[in-house]
Design a protein around this ligand. Sequence first.
Ligand code: G
Ligand code: G
Ligand code: MN
Ligand code: NA
Length: 255
Amino acid sequence: HAMERALRRAMLRREFLLHYQPVVDIKTGEVTGLEALLRWQDPDKGLISPSHFIPVAEDMGLMVPLGQWVIDTALGDLAALHAQGFGLSMAINVSACQCRDKQQGLAQQLAQALNRHGIAPRHLHVEITESMLMDDSNHCLATLNHIRDLGCTIYLDDFGTGYSSLSYLKKFPISVIKIDRSFVENLPDCESDASLIRAIIQMGKSLGMKLVAEGIETEEQQAFLQVLGSDYGQGYLYSRPLPLEALSDWLDKRV
Ligand code: G
Ligand code: G
Ligand code: MN
Ligand code: NA
């Protein structure tokens, strides 16, 4: 498999990097955190999106070491931002295989990385997906409870796009729901998407959860989601995902 060979080589050649996208308080516009998004800088093909290579990396067992690299790099960069006076949180996406891996233990990996970089657990947010909760959910539940007990917050990403089962919201220690950008992109004109978002927000709130709306690209979408009661927003309206230096400049200009 050509992609597998290329990925193994990319790991050795350190061709992976992280971009960071700001998350803002939708009412005040204040930046509260960042989401770390993995990229592959292939010397020939340029920047490759994770949706192309993460499924392959998962299948070939590369996502556990690569995920460890993501955790370490994101928290190292967060420590640098904290030193610059930006008291932000960091959201990291994790794959099912990281949660399943018993040898490494995701909770332990996170605890050690927090320690190594001197970051308080409340600054670390862990994004999981619905599909992750389907397979081997008992082991996953124990791992996620452990991560929650460390003091980290669990986010349910891409909400509404998977095999949504509302029982997940009760069973797993989820504190925040991220509304998938496919529901946001046709706002404010699409009545049915507006209704779905309204229902998701009401349900989340009644369960004591917070909500992040993803993929906000226009002022109208922001205003609409604010009225509907989303707590946080993320999207190109605020900023695209940026490399650390550019993100740091963006933060400097913003405050
Ligand atoms: O940034 P972009 O739209 O290309 O991201 C595509 C998908 O890849 C998103 O669903 C995102 O959650 C996922 N993703 C990005 N970075 C990581 C990562 O470090 N680990 C995992 N497991 N998924 C990631
Ligand atoms: O699945 P997850 O939410 O982790 O992935 C986020 C993805 O969405 C990233 O790949 C990021 O580049 C992309 N993204 C972030 N904001 C916007 C936006 O406003 N519009 C679009 N089209 N994509 C976005
Ligand atoms: Mn995400
Ligand atoms: Na998402």
